[in-house]
Design a protein around this ligand. Structure first.
Ligand code: PAJ
Length: 296
């Protein structure tokens, strides 16, 4: 596995791969790897001739009061894990290398989708995500890029950007990887104290409650949202931001779950803000909640 800190090094590597007729798979990340990240790298390894992973904590997508400075980092460990998972090249630039001269003047507007839910709670977040991902896409030139369903709205925004700006890239959505007890894996989970860690389980429990109510015949989004909110609010250490049932692509609120929708939840648990989501499929009966990993 090779490692480069420069865009020039990255471009040289991917140009050589394409010259050898190898299709490039790309996994953008902010590092501090867990099994969620590694599942993306492994899938890219299975599907593509060459696998590029970026590790870059992107200042553009953090708000002024957010955790950019304290975001967990461990490059040596990440490089070892990326190698084991099958990466061919890791691109780990410094901020100056990605944004010479400071913040870019021209950025990618994520549109209305970027203003809702995560975008409403984190103004500018999706503009920062789209801008860095567009720049990475331009430099890597992958045929397929891998994103986790854990960040459902990010996945929807990126799909929309790729369609609207005609990036010749296929976007693959990958199932959420969870801890055995159901907590969605996240780099930010390391911030949780043991008490907060068990309180954080209320997010996946709330989503499962909604999946269960749906399977039992409940179709009203308001009732399903209430099931999530009640479960989360029962935990003293958890401060609910939103619980919502939305159309999986447009993020429009739905009144009734008549076709597959997505349940979303976001909450602050101590310091970190955590998000999770699950598939709400009205065709799934009493015995079938699948932890939201069924659709990609
Ligand atoms: P980061 O949070 O490091 O996540 C990198 C990728 O891993 C994202 O596509 C995310 O959805 C996926 N991922 C995280 N946790 C996961 C889990 N438990 N199961 C499955 N996939 C998971 O998302 C970002 O970085 C950044 O916004 C980025 C796209 C790199 C742009 O800066």
């Amino acid at each position: 596995m090779e490692v480069t800190r420069t865009r020039k090094g990255l471009r040289a590597f991917t140009a050589a791969q394409r010259a050898m007729r190898k299709a490039v798979g790309f996994v953008p990340t902010m590092g501090f790897f867990h099994e969620g990240h590694l599942s993306l790298i492994r899938r890219a390894r299975e599907e593509r001739g060459a696998v590029v992973v970026s590790i870059f904590v992107n200042p553009l997508q953090f708000g002024p009061s957010e955790d950019f400075g304290s975001y967990p980092r461990d490059l040596d460990r990440d490089l070892e894990l990326a190698r084991e998972a099958g990466a061919d090249l890791v691109f780990a630039p410094e901020v100056d290398e990605m944004y010479p001269g400071g913040r870019p003047e021209i950025t990618v507007d994520p549109g209305a989708l970027g203003d809702r839910y995560e975008g409403a709670s984190r103004p500018g977040h999706f503009r920062g995500v789209c801008t860095v991902v567009a720049k990475l896409f331009q430099t890597v030139g992958p045929s397929r890029a891998y994103f986790g369903e854990k960040d459902w709205q990010q996945l929807a925004v990126i799909r929309r950007m790729v369609a609207d700006l005609a990036f010749p890239i296929d976007v693959a959505g990958c199932p959420i990887v969870r801890e055995p007890d159901g907590l969605a894996m996240s780099s930010r989970n390391v911030y949780l104290s043991p008490d907060e860690r068990s309180a954080a389980l209320s997010l996946s429990r709330g989503l499962l409650a909604a999946v269960g109510r749906l399977a039992a015949g409940e179709r009203s989004s308001a009732a399903l949202e209430a099931a999530i909110a009640e479960t989360v609010d029962a935990e003293r250490l958890v401060d609910l931001d939103y619980a919502a049932v939305v159309d999986a692509e447009t993020f429009d609120e739905v009144e009734e779950v008549a076709r597959p929708a997505r349940a979303l939840v976001a909450a602050r648990v101590g310091k970190p803000r955590l998000i999770d989501n699950m598939l709400l499929d009205p065709a799934v009966g009493e015995n079938g909640p699948d932890m939201g990993t069924g659709a990609s």
